[in-house]
Write a protein of this length. Structure first.
Length: 404
């Protein structure tokens, strides 16, 4: 493990503050683009394509991007990714000054932003262990989860207000400013470079991709945990798309009721992230991950069993679902950062992200098919039972248990 900087907190929180600004402005723009596409096209197909464009680059190019993250300076990759996002947004804002934005131009920028995120996310995750002491990684993951949940809470309301008050190009310009602030924050800190970077250039691209895969596969516990996580995301992630349907269809609510469930979920996630950040020194972390998956499963199962007038209890279940998330994703991220050598982390995080991104569209198709035929509440119940089963499998695999 590379030696961390002695004064790691100012470095970490300088990057963290820059990312906070960029994450919130990006989330606001993302919502504003959804409003724009909905208003302009009234097409569910266009919205589905926009969602697909958002995660396709990570799914397809993830393993190759991981090689570049490990091969070159993670600091420069993070800056380059933010500049790519800022530049694409700036071009779109300029076009919007002179003409109405065509859908293809918005889709192109969404794709470029997604490519930038596919570079930035693994680079940031791989750089964190070079800055933060090992015993603090779980707490820092908690802070990052809190930041994500704050953006979930703020972005819908902020986007709705700004979209009604500003032109879209002004919101794009706001996001460009956020990306520039993130670049400046990273530029002002020192991120250690790995000694292996120069040597890795001499090996072939495919060989380095294989090395990243075997770095993960050789740790049987982490490899099994990745497969469990992919199965978990395959079942759980499509549920996110069904919150409006169960809120407005089964519980006979309005768009306001949908917003309340989203806020409850994000508030639970914020509370979980803060708890993880404050009390992150847990010893039995696989037990924590298993309990997190189990809590998610129980919450979904209860949601599926509620009567049609049980909306208030559904809101409580949504808060519990959000509460469980940091104790899975944050703790898992810290485990990977601790147990994988820094020179392989970019490839490992890109590979796991790619696996999850590939599982999501298949899960969406299956969940949509069953929810339409058996009822969305019954699909919540079935998903909960499946996730409880996944938590039991996680607790029974010896290699995973040894990670404690």
């Amino acid at each position: 493990m590379s030696k961390q900087t002695p004064k790691w907190k100012p470095v970490f929180f300088t990057i963290w503050i820059g990312q906070a600004v960029s994450l919130i402005t990006s989330a606001v723009l993302q919502m504003a683009i959804i409003f724009y596409l909905t208003e302009k096209t009234q097409s569910s197909m266009v919205l589905s394509m926009a969602s697909l464009v958002g995660f396709l680059p990570y799914a397809v190019f993830g393993p190759a991007i991981g090689v570049l993250v490990d091969r070159y300076s993670r600091k420069m990759i993070m800056i380059g990714a933010d500049l790519m996002i800022a530049a694409s947004g700036a071009v779109l804002a300029l076009v919007a000054l002179y003409t109405e934005l065509p859908v293809w131009a918005v889709m192109t920028v969404l794709f470029i932003r997604s490519v930038g995120t596919a570079f930035h996310s693994p680079a940031l995750s791989a750089a964190t262990p070079l800055l933060v002491p090992e015993e603090q990684l779980t707490k820092c993951a908690g802070y990052s989860q809190s930041l994500q949940s704050v953006s979930y809470i703020l972005s819908p309301a902020a986007a709705a207000f700004l979209y009604s008050a500003w032109e879209l190009n002004a919101i794009i310009a706001l996001d460009v400013a956020g990306a520039v602030i993130a670049c400046v924050a990273v530029a002002f800190v020192r991120i250690p470079r790995l000694n292996v970077e120069r040597q890795s250039v001499k090996r072939s691209f495919l060989e380095e991709m294989r090395e990243g895969f075997f770095a993960l596969k050789d740790n049987r516990g982490l490899f099994a945990l990745m497969l469990i996580g992919t199965l978990y995301m395959f079942v759980y992630m499509p549920i996110n798309a069904l919150y409006p349907l169960i809120s407005m269809g089964y519980f006979a609510g309005t768009p306001m009721h949908v917003s309340i469930t989203e806020i409850a979920y994000a508030s639970g996630m914020l509370a979980g992230g803060l708890l993880l950040g404050l009390f992150g020194g847990f010893k039995r972390r696989i037990t924590l991950i298993t309990a997190s998956i189990f809590l998610m499963g129980i919450s979904l199962t209860v949601s599926g069993l509620l009567p049609s007038d049980g909306y208030r209890f559904f809101v409580a279940c949504c808060a519990l679902m959000g509460l469980s998330v940091p104790f899975y994703s944050g703790v898992q991220t810290a485990l990977f950062q601790e147990k994988i050598k820094p020179e392989y982390l970019g490839r490992v995080f890109s590979l796991t992200g790619s696996m999850i991104s590939l599982a999501m569209p298949v899960g969406l198709i299956i969940s949509g098919f069953f929810a339409d035929r058996i009822g969305v509440n019954h699909w919540f119940f079935m998903s909960g039972i499946l996730i409880i089963g996944i938590s039991i499998i996680c607790s029974l695999i010896p290699a995973v248990r040894k990670l404690n």
